[in-house]
Design a protein around this ligand. Structure first.
Ligand SMILES: *[C@@H]1O[C@H](CO)[C@@H](O)[C@H](O)[C@H]1NC(C)=O
Ligand SMILES: *[C@@H]1O[C@H](CO)[C@@H](O)[C@H](O)[C@H]1NC(C)=O
Length: 385
């Protein structure tokens, strides 16, 4: 019953929210151009929303926080869960084209609460460029050049949106040797796929076992370009996380190594996994959906919005415990202590908001908010090298 009320609340909220109106964003460019631009977006989900014309960046490639939230809701997310990606990443003022100064602005929470009552209001004014999230988009000189030249402004801080660890499938640095990305897809995804005719008669699937094996392998062999990254072999000394988060203890840094990839991959899993036919809470993803996401940056064929909650994402992150993801249990155990709701308030009351608060509390307890170190534009001297 409680679940039903919650589902109805989610659906009602979805119906009230307007389609993203491009406020602060732009009109979608023609489809062929979108397909080309989407290759630049490392996150397959954002790439998919962009290709659908739902996420509409401005001429520089930027979206604002309200706009990001609306795009997530168009995919079926609850409002609090839709705020999440913005919360961590959409953090730069409109006039800061190169994303040199990160702001912690909480306007999105009040605007989300207002939205919950059906009144749309943008109380946050922060932006993120979704076209320059890759390592070679980094500004290499004061004149604004990037290692990989493009029509979009270079980014002083791509490490801010890179995860602690990631596959290399959508990393443009490997496109010269693997232009279709097929080799990287095969390397990373094929070993995780199994044939199970109970789940799908015609195509292979990724089950939770394959999913956790993929995450475990990423921690060891993945790319380590994020601000939360450890060095190879999980070394802390000289790592990005030590540099960007000097006030976090080593053990908490080892826990927070996981937060980004888990939130993103578990989000994808919860939004686009199919439930097992036996009615258990287990899910699986299909090979064709994974190919569309990772190779082509597209949402599943014939997709439609599906309710997608922070509650499910949180509990699946907790369920990653005990799956041999190196240092992963540090994070899942911490979340298991903070995430569940207290029993003092009935579960229907503001459930997703309460989960959001608890998730943030977990991040805070690990030291997430202690440091805010970003790179300014390279100084003029960099022009000389
Ligand atoms: C296929 O999936 C079902 C769950 O629907 C599971 O019970 C069964 O063990 C799986 N079969 C194989 C061969 O893994
Ligand atoms: C199973 O695979 C077929 C063929 O790719 C696809 O059309 C169908 O939607 C899949 N079913 C599920 C439940 O994933």
């Amino acid at each position: 019953m409680a679940a039903m009320v919650r589902l109805l609340a989610v659906l009602a909220a979805g119906a009230l929210a307007a389609q993203p109106d491009g406020k602060g964003g732009g009109e979608p460019v023609p489809e062929a151009e979108r397909e080309e631009n989407a290759k630049r977006i490392p996150c397959p989900f954002l790439a998919g929303l962009y290709q659908e014309g739902i996420l509409k960046p401005d001429e520089y490639g930027r979206v604002n926080s309200q706009h990001m939230k609306e795009a997530m809701m168009a995919a079926g997310s609850t409002i609090p869960n839709a705020i999440f990606p913005s919360f961590g990443t959409v953090r730069f003022k409109e006039d800061d084209l190169h994303q040199t100064k990160r702001h912690w602005d909480y306007g999105l929470i009040p605007s989300g609460v207002i939205d919950d009552f059906g009144l749309e209001k943008d109380l946050s004014t922060l932006w993120l460029n979704i076209m320059t999230m890759n390592v070679p988009d980094k500004c290499i000189d004061a004149a604004g050049h990037a290692a990989m030249p493009s029509k979009f402004p270079c980014n002083a801080n791509p490490q801010h949106v890179q995860h602690g660890y990631s596959t290399t499938i959508r990393d443009p640095r490997y496109d010269a040797e693997d232009p279709t990305r097929e080799n990287r897809y095969k390397d990373w995804i094929e070993p995780t796929l199994v044939k199970n005719t109970t789940l799908n008669a015609t195509e292979r699937v990724m089950t939770f076992e394959g999913f956790t094996a993929l995450l475990a392998r990423m921690t060891v062999e993945g790319d380590l370009s994020g601000e939360w990254s450890l060095k190879p072999n999980f070394e802390y000394d000289g790592s990005n996380v030590q540099h960007y988060h000097p006030h976090i203890s080593q053990v908490n840094a080892e826990a927070l190594y996981h937060w980004g990839p888990w939130l993103a991959w578990v989000g994808l899993w919860e939004a686009y996994g199919y439930p097992y036919p036996d009615g258990s809470k287990e899910k699986y993803m299909t090979e064709s959906d994974l190919r569309r996401f990772l190779l082509h940056g597209k949402l599943p064929l014939g997709w439609s919005p599906k309710p997608f909650t922070l509650e499910d994402v949180g509990y699946t992150m907790i369920a990653l415990k005990g799956h041999q993801i190196p240092f992963g249990d540090l994070y899942s155990e911490s979340l298991a202590k903070k995430f569940p709701l207290t029993s003092f308030l009935p579960k229907v009351l503001g459930t997703e908001w309460r989960y959001m608060r608890n998730y943030a509390d977990n991040q805070r307890s690990l030291g997430f908010f202690l440091d805010n170190i970003v790179n300014p534009m390279p100084g003029p001297s960099a022009l000389m090298v």
